[in-house]
Design a protein around this ligand. Structure first.
Ligand code: UDX
Length: 422
């Protein structure tokens, strides 16, 4: 928002994050973000605070807090959203130049926006539901140049027109760049987000199910994905078979969607997402089982190198990370596991001092009986198989992301095991 020329104040309840951001230092790894942050903090267009009173002058309030999975259930935890709305409430409508807008970006169960609109109605502020579609690792690019913008608008046409006018002004540059902008009701806007993430999760589990078939028949899922992807109706993206999806969005979003469908009495509409979820889990089991089988039926006394801790490359986010889950299961079965990750490594070391974290892949692989590539960082794709072979006890690599060229690695003397590839 500051980059688009607006005067912005970011509010968070976490004082350490606010202090770091105020110094122009991002508390997470995101390509291109550091420069953007520093530039806008420097110019004075972007400030951070823990005090809600600092936003009293603002006309537009974005809510972008998390909606994690509740403990012990599938539903989304709305505590942070509700608390943000409650804290915002006393400060709404102090703006004199025009109507005040609250813009919801958080991923919420359908029906949440209508409730928030009712809560803020007495202040005269209007609500727009404006789901966020950015991908970690591409956050800057996806924000400045999104595929589309969706506005869930109030029912009343006059309020809808007013709210749309204010938000169009906020997104002036994006609209001028002809990024498609769709206007809907609240429920549709809320559903667009979870429908999109469910579709993406389904694509990944579809190709992972095909990987299971390929493993049973000696076929190659990477060739299969390429061949079906040439059909525009299918498309090539999100058809990378591997250890499945993780992160702070896809897994909890499909679960929260199933929980909400149950509350709405239409749980049957989404039972397929249960299957999507279990195919995803099975891929993690598959890697653990393959490694154990290859090591003679037990991890006891074995050394396992794990390349990757983040749920995807170019991120240090370890929420619901398939890589960490696999590492933890193998360690739980008695192996010595050494993990390395270019961005998440230092965070992992700080958060779990008992976990063995190495600075790079060559160090992690020292004496290893098997190497697992679980997050497809560029650094791992560019590893030198000969140098890595000198480090290990047994040159066997399980490529959980099909990120390496099997021929290169086999020629260098490795036993190469991919996912859904012969
Ligand atoms: C996702 C959505 O893509 C984004 O639009 C939404 O706003 C938030 O959720 P993100 O969680 O950042 O974004 O990651 P994404 O790129 O979708 O990857 C999710 C997981 O799927 C990762 O663990 C990734 O490794 C895995 N994945 C992705 C595959 O296993 N195969 C693929 O082909 C693509």
């Amino acid at each position: 928002m500051a980059e688009l020329g607006h005067d912005v104040v970011g509010i968070d309840v976490d004082a350490a994050k606010v202090a770091s951001l105020s110094r122009g230092v991002a508390p997470f790894h995101e390509p291109g973000f550091d420069e953007l942050l520093a530039r806008n903090v420097e110019s004075g267009r972007l400030r951070f605070s823990t005090d809600f009173a600092d936003l009293a002058h603002a006309q537009v309030h974005f809510i972008g807090v998390g909606t994690p999975q509740v403990q012990g259930g599938y539903a989304a935890d709305l505590t942070y959203v509700n608390s943000a709305v409650a804290s915002l409430l006393p400060h709404l409508n102090h703006h004199v130049d025009g109507p005040t807008l609250v813009v919801g970006k958080s991923t919420v169960p359908v029906g949440t926006a209508a409730t928030i609109a009712e809560t803020i109605a007495p202040t005269g502020a209007l609500l727009v539901w404006n789901p966020e579609f950015l991908r970690e690792g591409f956050a800057v690019q996806d924000t400045i140049s999104p595929d589309r913008i969706v506005y869930g608008l109030p029912k009343d046409p006059e309020s809808a027109g007013t709210a749309q006018g204010v938000l169009d002004d906020v997104y002036k540059q994006l609209i001028a760049a002809e990024i498609p902008r769709l206007t809907t009701d609240y429920a549709t806007a809320e559903l667009v987000k979870v429908a999109a993430n469910s579709f993406l999760a389904t694509k990944i589990s579809f190709i992972n199910a095909m990987a299971e078939l390929c493993e049973a028949t000696g076929a190659d899922v990477t060739q299969l994905a390429e061949a079906i992807g040439h059909d525009d109706r299918i498309g090539k993206k999100f058809l990378r078979a591997g250890i499945g999806f993780g992160g702070g969005c896809l897994p909890k979003d499909i679960r929260a969607f199933m929980a909400r469908a149950g509350e709405l009495g239409v749980d049957q509409a989404l039972t397929f997402l249960r299957e999507v979820d279990s195919i995803n889990d099975r891929r993690r089991d598959h890697v653990v089982n393959t490694a154990r089988d290859g090591l003679g039926g037990t991890f006891e006394g074995k050394k396992v190198a794990v390349l990757g801790a983040a749920f995807k490359p170019d991120s240090d986010d370890m929420r619901n990370s398939p890589a960490l889950d696999i590492a933890a299961r193998i360690s739980g079965e008695g192996a010595t596991v050494v993990i390395t990750d270019p961005a998440a490594g230092p965070k992992l070391r700080a958060a779990r001092p008992t976990t063995h974290v190495a600075d790079d892949a060559y160090t992690a692989a020292a004496g290893a009986d098997v190497v697992l590539l679980l997050t497809e960082w560029k650094q791992f794709k560019e590893l030198d198989p000969t140098r890595l072979k000198d480090a290990v006890n047994n040159p066997w690599i399980i490529d959980g992301r099909n990120a390496l060229d099997p021929t290169t690695w086999r020629d260098a003397g490795w036993t190469y095991t991919g996912i859904g590839r012969p």
